[in-house]
Design a binder for this molecule. Structure first.
Ligand code: ZN
Length: 252
């Protein structure tokens, strides 16, 4: 690992990917990935995202519960959260094989875990819409990074989450977020949900950096997919720039 890389937090999703790649007997072939991808950021090499990784402090931590498939998806956005939030953790979910490290993390007294999930599926007394940002314990956001069907299954079949408050993002908060960011999709992706959680926890810089980083990632990812030239003069790049320490000139 080069010195330049070690200034960043370890990306727990990248670690999972590397471990699963080692375990696998046949090489994993990602869909539509004929062009070589950067091993560090997963984007096609000509549109590499690595020099745009933000450095920002946050008090909150994030714990991603993922499906095996999600770990390998080049479009997975949990990866971006792990790039931004220093205290990031990621586990592959299994109903029968619960990782003891996950149980250890959830019982670590420095953290107050919040399971992020829609409140309408949960007993109302467990639901909260706010985060205790200044308490002794730091917020740890548990995000189910999977399809909605899988997320519901994980939620139902993980009794070790039963004691934690459910952080449910309010519809008005969500629609304000969509307006502000002109997000067109009805469902927010995991990185957008994480940015909202960080904002609730008072980690506003980390929230802004993650939002901008997600936009920049989407641009690089889609431009590469459509074989368009990389454009680093977008509003998202400008927004992200203050959070990025550039060692080489990037802006033309
Ligand atoms: Zn890269």
């Amino acid at each position: 690992m080069s010195h330049a890389v070690s200034r960043f937090a370890m990306n727990a999703v990248a670690r999972l990917r590397d471990e699963r790649e080692e375990e696998s007997t046949k090489p994993f072939l990602a869909r539509g990935s004929r062009a070589p991808r950067c091993h560090t950021c997963r984007v096609i090499e000509s549109h590499c995202l690595c020099s745009w990784r933000p450095q920002v402090e946050s008090r909150a931590g994030v714990c991603l519960i993922m499906t095996r498939k999600e770990v390998f998806k080049p479009s997975n956005t949990g990866w971006l959260i792990a790039d931004v939030v220093r205290d990031n953790f990621a586990f592959i979910w299994s109903r029968t094989d619960v990782d003891p490290e996950l149980i250890k993390l959830l019982s670590d007294p420095q953290w107050q875990p919040y399971l992020v999930f829609p409140g309408e599926y949960v007993a109302p007394e467990r639901v909260t819409h706010t985060v205790e940002a200044t308490g002794e314990k730091r917020p740890l956001f548990i995000l189910l990074d999977a399809t909605w069907t899988e997320a519901r299954k994980i939620f139902r079949k993980s009794p070790y989450f039963d004691g934690f408050p459910i952080l449910s993002l309010l519809p008005e908060k969500l629609s304000r977020y969509r307006l502000r960011r002109s997000t067109r999709s009805e469902h927010l992706c995991t990185a957008e949900v994480a940015a909202l959680c960080l904002d609730l926890a008072g980690d506003v810089d980390a929230a802004s950096a993650l939002d901008a980083y997600f936009d920049v990632f989407s641009q690089h990812y889609l431009d590469a997919k459509h074989q368009l030239e990389l454009n680093v003069s977008t509003p998202a790049h400008t927004e992200l720039l203050p959070f990025v320490e550039h060692t080489a000139p990037v802006m033309p």
